[in-house]
Design a protein around this ligand. Structure first.
Ligand code: NAD
Length: 443
């Protein structure tokens, strides 16, 4: 099937590549000419496990193409995916300017029926807005061409995006048109063989499903962080509590890890956007506001520990930082806890020596101008001469380090662990002062 994907980001590129992998003929359109040119040369703009060979093979096979030519894109597929960003507006609501720009573009160039499939995370009612923009644009062209607008939100996880798209847990489709359901069944058939993963619903429910999913996950994290703050004050250990509650199948062990706050391009912006949606209809979303509040303060925990240990004035101090990305297996630093940490440390006069297995280029792009940040080639190099070690991301190769190496490299044996990677007792026995999240007995 011929498919066009607008937006070659984390969602668009991965989705396009897996659709091409199963044999569809996919043309990707992006306004970023640099990105498009790089992709044609085999330079993949993001780090995702398994993505580079997938893109290269399908590009070479001619099933996956890249272009900035929107007209070509509109002419290519009956199905036109919108996978552009929906960043927060000034007031926190989702900024739909990229989505409506694509809608306008499609209507500007289409000459026959199109099925516009929204993969971006968009507030309830956006499909109506897309429809209105397209109708208006077609009207200015003096045309009355039919089209469908479908909501097909994306649930991939960064760091596991390729396997999530290859083996989706669910394919949510919001539409009121049976023919469109058939078309999407055919498109997704290769991913839907083991059992039917398609969940059909009306468009508004599909739009809300995506926000509900992300807000539920964010709620789980903030809940655990709230309990971790209690554990810390009550002399309990949140890791023991986590195991204790996870054993209940109604709760489960998944996604109940406390830490130094959630980040990324989705949870913070989607919680905020749903709050704004609720407020716009006169509803006060008390729980969602609390989820956001808890997370904002959780991101200040590590800097607070550091100041508790060293005092408020960190002038002249240097900290080793392990982990810059908002979670492992990605280079994405959007809303990462590491950013709050570094910015707070810099404000207090300290400098940072950081290492991340994948996010070094991204850190260079964002903070390359700063003289108080040194990006180091290895995790060991980041330690040299630092006053303490701070951990913001639970990358696998931070989990079993050589503690003697750490101790010898640091000026003082102190670790501020935002991801509870180590056993407090064992680390203390090795002579470290160990600050972790919600492990009251150790602090
Ligand atoms: P991204 O910022 O990585 O990529 C967006 C791309 O769209 C960019 O390359 C940009 O240049 C391009 N673009 C902007 N305007 C365009 C236009 N008019 N025509 C063509 N291309 C255009 O974004 P992302 O992380 O892939 O997210 C896209 C959407 O998917 C968002 O709504 C996001 O909330 C949602 N989502 C993201 C994830 C994730 O893990 N990143 C997961 C599920 C859903």
């Amino acid at each position: 099937m011929k498919v066009t994907v607008f937006g070659i980001g984390y969602v668009g590129l991965v989705q396009a590549a897996v659709l091409a992998e199963v044999g569809h003929d996919v043309l990707c359109i992006d306004v970023d000419a640099n990105k498009v040119e790089n992709l044609k040369k085999g330079i993949i703009p993001i780090f995702e496990p398994g993505l580079t060979p997938l893109v290269m093979q399908n590009y070479e096979a001619g099933r996956l193409k890249f272009s900035t030519n929107a007209e070509e894109g509109v002419n290519h597929g009956v199905m036109q995916f919108i996978a552009v960003g929906t960043p927060p507006d000034e007031d926190g609501s989702a900024d739909l300017k990229y989505v409506t720009a694509v809608a306008r573009t499609i209507a500007q160039f289409m000459n026959d029926h199109k099925v516009v499939i929204d993969k971006s995370t968009v507030p309830v009612g956006t499909a109506d807005r897309v429809r209105a923009v397209m109708t208006e644009t077609l009207k200015t062209r003096g045309l009355d061409i039919s089209f469908d607008v479908v909501s097909n939100p994306e649930f991939l996880k960064e760091g596991a995006a390729v396997s999530d798209c290859m083996r989706p847990e669910r394919i949510v489709v919001g539409t009121d048109n049976e023919e469109v359901v058939e078309l999407l069944r055919e498109l997704y058939e290769p991913f839907n063989r083991n059992h039917d993963r398609m969940i059909l619903m009306d468009i508004r429910s599909a739009e809300l499903t995506k926000y509900a999913a992300n807000c539920m996950l964010a709620t789980k994290i903030s809940f655990m962080n709230e309990i971790s703050n209690l554990a810390e004050r009550l002399g309990a250990d949140i890791e023991k509590v986590r195991m204790g509650i996870g054993s209940d199948p109604r709760i489960g062990y998944h996604f109940i890890y406390p830490g130094c706050g959630y980040g990324g391009s989705c949870f913070p912006k989607d919680v905020q956007a749903l709050i704004r949606t609720a407020e716009s209809i006169g509803y006060t979303p008390r729980l969602l506001k609390a989820v956001e509040d808890v997370n904002d303060s959780q991101k200040t925990k590590l800097p607070a520990f550091i100041k508790r240990h060293f005092g408020d004035d960190l002038q002249g101090k240097t900290f080793a930082l392990w982990g810059l990305s908002f979670k492992p297996n990605t280079d994405d630093m959007r809303e990462a806890s590491s950013r709050v940490l570094m910015e707070t440390l810099w404000q207090a006069g300290a400098s940072v020596q950081a290492f991340d297995p994948e996010a070094m280029d991204e850190a260079q792009r964002i903070y390359g101008h700063r003289t108080d940040l040194k990006l180091m080639g290895t995790k060991e190099a980041a330690l040299q001469g630092a006053d303490g070690l701070v951990i913001c991301t639970e990358w696998k190769n931070f989990r079993a380090p050589d503690f003697d190496v750490i101790k010898n490299a640091l000026k003082e044996p102190v670790i501020f662990d935002g991801r509870n990677l180590y056993d407090p007792e064992r680390v203390s026995k090795r002579g470290f002062v160990y600050y972790a999240i919600g492990r009251g007995a150790s602090i």
